[in-house]
Design a protein around this ligand. Structure first.
Ligand SMILES: [Zn+2]
Ligand SMILES: [Zn+2]
Length: 281
């Protein structure tokens, strides 16, 4: 097991710090007179679902990071593209870092180890050069060579800028501020709550060997990701809400895709226990 470097020795990642400062400041400007319309708020909500729900939760997390179901390649790339629109870094990098989190959850070399505190696991860890990146190659063997994912890794920022120009052309500054900046900030924090809040608040249904919890309000904000203790216990499962009251919108979406014949090899807890962790092709 790799030894974590202490926080003090980590170098700041100024690119991320400046990017987050700019995006958050711009999001506040969305409330200035002339930048607010209810239609723009609707656009933000719609794109929160497309980029956070279909992109990050369904696409990057359950489909790619955990391979919990399969879809035709064109649909896989569509969901992955939706994820890229959330501007959370490159998809290959994201998947590698997430698999690393599951491997070392809440241990010292987990990049967002929740035992270092709520804010560290929520966003502070991103402000430093992540030592875990040195270990990523062994976690991304199945997607590192994919040309489309390499393209998304390289160009997610220009893609976001293109979307921003489109938003401005269609709906002026309200669409720009709400459809891009507010939507990005809200989606960021929803994703980050899965690393922070669901390793701190809620109940535990399984002994998963870490601090993971099931938290209903994070599940509502993240289309089902809040059932995080279930997820750490059965990380390959396409379904995270396992009890009838654990509403999991993404599971309903995957089940619908399965009924339409688009999703196959859908993994559920009882089928996953014997699977290994190699992530090899
Ligand atoms: Zn976790
Ligand atoms: Zn996961």
């Amino acid at each position: 097991m790799a030894v974590a470097k202490s926080e003090e020795k980590l170098a700041y990642d100024w690119g991320v710090i400046i990017f987050m400062a700019v995006i958050h400041t711009a999001a506040i400007c969305a409330f200035l007179p002339g930048n607010f319309t209810w239609t723009a708020v609707g656009v933000a909500v719609l794109f929160h679902w497309i980029t956070g729900g279909l992109g990050i939760t369904l696409g990057w997390h359950r489909m790619l990071a955990h391979r919990s179901f399969k879809v035709p390649k064109w649909l896989e790339y569509f969901f992955a593209f939706c994820g890229a629109l959330s501007c959370q870094g490159g998809v290959i990098w994201w998947v590698g870092l997430h698999r690393h989190h599951h491997r070392y959850s809440d241990q010292p070399n987990d990049h967002h180890d929740s035992r270092k505190g709520f804010w560290w696991s929520h966003m502070e860890w991103m402000f430093y050069q992540v030592p875990a990146e040195e270990e990523l190659p062994k976690f991304i063997r199945d997607i590192a060579d994919d040309k489309f994912y390499q393209f998304l890794d390289k160009y997610f920022l220009p893609i976001q800028i293109a979307l921003a120009v489109l938003m401005y052309l269609v709906g002026g500054t309200p669409f720009l501020f709400w459809g891009i900046f507010v939507r990005l900030v809200v989606t960021f924090h929803c994703t980050w709550l899965v690393n922070s809040a669901t390793h701190k608040f809620g109940y535990r249904s399984h002994e998963a060997g870490d601090e993971s919890r099931n938290c209903w309000w994070v599940a509502l904000l993240t289309y089902g990701e809040g059932w995080h203790n279930n997820h750490h216990a059965y990380e390959y499962s396409a379904r995270h809400g396992l009890s009838w009251w654990e509403f999991d919108m993404t599971w309903l979406t995957i089940r619908s895709l399965e009924l339409l014949g688009l999703a196959t090899k859908v993994k559920l807890p009882k089928m996953t226990k014997s699977l290994d962790r190699s992530y090899a092709k």
